[in-house]
Design a protein around this ligand. Structure first.
Ligand SMILES: *[C@@H]1O[C@H](CO)[C@@H](O)[C@H](O)[C@H]1NC(C)=O
Ligand SMILES: *[C@@H]1O[C@H](CO)[C@@H](O)[C@H](O)[C@H]1NC(C)=O
Ligand SMILES: *[C@@H]1O[C@H](CO)[C@@H](O)[C@H](O)[C@H]1NC(C)=O
Ligand SMILES: *[C@@H]1O[C@H](CO)[C@@H](O)[C@H](O)[C@H]1NC(C)=O
Ligand SMILES: [Zn+2]
Length: 502
């Protein structure tokens, strides 16, 4: 995943829910309507976790990643994998299957190696960060300076890193915070004259694996090689420095950047029976980094998305509105896929009722995480919680009964819409997500067939119910043009999945 913020023009939408519901008080009619979906949700869950689709999401994904391996933006492998999926979705009877062209970056890793020369000689595991420049052919040899943070660099080492290799051995806080070293570290090191930056892998746990990911450069600042190292090596460099020992490293990193090339977002639908122009979107990204095979990031998210359409279509479950799967391209190195899609579909976004993306793991599903407008206080939802036992919630059969309002973003691609369209992602037991993230360990072995079945069942159920409800999810722009929606949205979501935690 990779997050950026874009500003989109405000959409004008009407509110169809009534005033009393705005106060977090669902009408009995709406409660009854939501409850009426239990039969069809049970059918989806049963077919996916016990019946005809049991194990299918995992099996399809394993076949796919074994066939194509890594799928880096701009590569033949990614394009071949898109062709394959377009054919596969058609063969399952998914409707309106097509690719939508977008221009995407092409950056390629070449040979890379690193050797510590002092205080002892040993090879180091390294991965150039995406977008990084390479070293000269003969490599770069320099002493190492370890800093703890950007502030540490500025305050304590600004005059000490010219001609040196800077190691960023920051304290891991959480991904969204610590990832800034990957993006900003090389820029700040270069400003002080460093010749390369070695970034501690962004993870909360390490077994000596290197984690890649996108880096960035700044106009007017020298581009220096930006390279990931293991947590273990970063700590080792730190210890040498604290003992006053000189650390010398030789880096040889070859990379190449090419002009943008054509790729495609992969799209398929179950067309709505009454309002086909209105869309509930399910998504994940098909591209991956060039290490591992992108089974977890984001094969799982992409496959539960298109396979949800197969489940609905095969069971003859057709909602009033369209459920559309979009498998984004080029998420990892700047989200060119969703940016192109947004530009091409600007006029239709007003009809996007709910957009979902799973890009933070498909481990045991717990429910939904969502952002729906500006944060506001929740009240009165206790009425609903107290109203019924947990076993009555639609997704209780798979124990995915939590709805959590995200404080940051949801998904990665769809974050660009978080202020204009209600967005949701798969809440899952992803405490180990960053262990594998952007490494060669991102393989099928991270995933589990039964767990993927539950995730597909959740995804298909939520998409179907939201696409079939009598009324659209409400939205209004009363608050100085900033997007807000009535509390009833939250209540509807928590009624779908269960208990609200916030
Ligand atoms: C919710 O609706 C019930 C019954 O219509 C009413 O008694 C109650 O006061 C309402 N609560 C709020 C917070 O509007
Ligand atoms: C990478 O290294 C191998 C073996 O040393 C060599 O054959 C190959 O030409 C190198 N590739 C590039 C792109 O330099
Ligand atoms: C600068 O170095 C001093 C002494 O090692 C240290 O206490 C301080 O925390 C460092 N400053 C920053 C911003 O890390
Ligand atoms: C349901 O999930 C909760 C935590 O989310 C867990 O404590 C509980 O054991 C689970 N129950 C079943 C039947 O899996
Ligand atoms: Zn991802």
């Amino acid at each position: 995943m990779f997050r950026i913020t874009l500003f989109l023009p405000v959409l004008l939408l009407t509110v169809t829910f009534t005033k009393s519901e705005d106060e977090c008080n669902l009408s009995q009619e709406l409660i009854d309507e939501i409850r009426s979906y239990q039969t069809v949700v049970d059918k989806i869950i049963d077919a996916t976790t016990n019946g005809q689709f049991k194990g299918a999401t995992f099996k399809e994904l394993a076949t796919f990643v074994d066939k194509f391996g890594a799928r880096l933006s701009g590569t033949r492998s990614l394009e071949d994998s898109i062709d394959y999926l377009l054919d596969l979705m058609k063969s399952y009877g998914v409707q309106n299957v097509h690719g939508e062209d977008v221009q995407v970056p092409l950056w390629v890793r070449g040979n890379e190696s690193a050797k510590m020369l002092l205080p002892r000689e040993t090879n180091l595991a390294v991965l150039a960060l995406g977008g990084s420049v390479g070293t000269p052919d003969e490599g770069i040899e320099a002493d190492v300076v370890v800093v703890r943070s950007l502030e540490d660099l500025h305050q304590n080492y600004s005059n000490a890193v010219a001609g040196k290799i800077v190691v960023f051995n920051y304290e891991y806080i959480r991904y969204g915070v610590s990832v800034s070293y990957r993006r900003q570290g090389p820029i700040e090191a270069a400003k002080h004259g460093a010749v390369a930056a070695l970034i501690r892998s962004v993870t909360d746990f390490s077994m000596n694996l290197v984690h890649t990911g996108q880096t960035s450069y700044e106009e007017g600042v020298t581009k220096i090689p930006a390279v990931a190292i293991t947590v273990e090596d970063a700590n080792m460099f730190q210890r040498y420095q604290e003992r006053g020992q000189t650390v010398r490293v030789k880096l040889n990193i070859q990379t190449e950047s090419f002009p943008e090339v054509k790729s495609r977002n992969t799209v398929g639908e179950v067309v709505g029976s009454e309002n086909p122009e209105k869309v509930v979107l399910v998504s994940g990204h098909l591209d991956s980094w060039d290490v591992g095979v992108g089974a977890m990031d984001d094969g799982g998210g992409a496959f539960i998305s298109w396979y949800s359409l197969v489940v609905l279509k095969s069971l003859g479950i057709v909602p009033k509105r369209t459920v559309r799967a979009v498998l984004w391209t080029a998420e990892e190195n700047g989200m060119a896929g969703v940016i192109g899609y947004d530009a091409a579909h600007k006029d239709e976004l007003k009809d996007f009722i709910f957009v979902m993306e799973s890009d933070e793991g498909t481990f045991t599903p717990l429910g939904l995480e969502f952002i729906a407008g500006k944060k506001r206080d929740l009240h009165s939802h206790r009425d609903i919680e107290d109203d019924d036992s947990i076993s009555n919630w639609l997704l209780a059969p798979i124990n995915a009964t939590q709805a959590v309002r995200s404080s940051g973003g949801v998904g990665s691609d769809i974050t660009i819409w978080k202020d204009v369209i209600p967005t949701g992602s798969l809440l899952n037991d992803n405490g180990k997500y960053f262990w594998y993230h952007h490494t060669k360990a991102d393989t099928m072995d991270v995933l589990d067939p039964d767990t993927l079945d539950k995730a597909t069942a959740l995804w298909a159920s939520v998409a179907y119910v939201v696409a079939d409800l009598k009324d659209d999810f409400p939205r209004d722009f009363s608050d100085k043009g900033f997007y807000t929606i009535p509390n009833v949205f939250y209540v509807v979501l928590l009624s779908l999945v269960g208990l609200l935690l916030h």
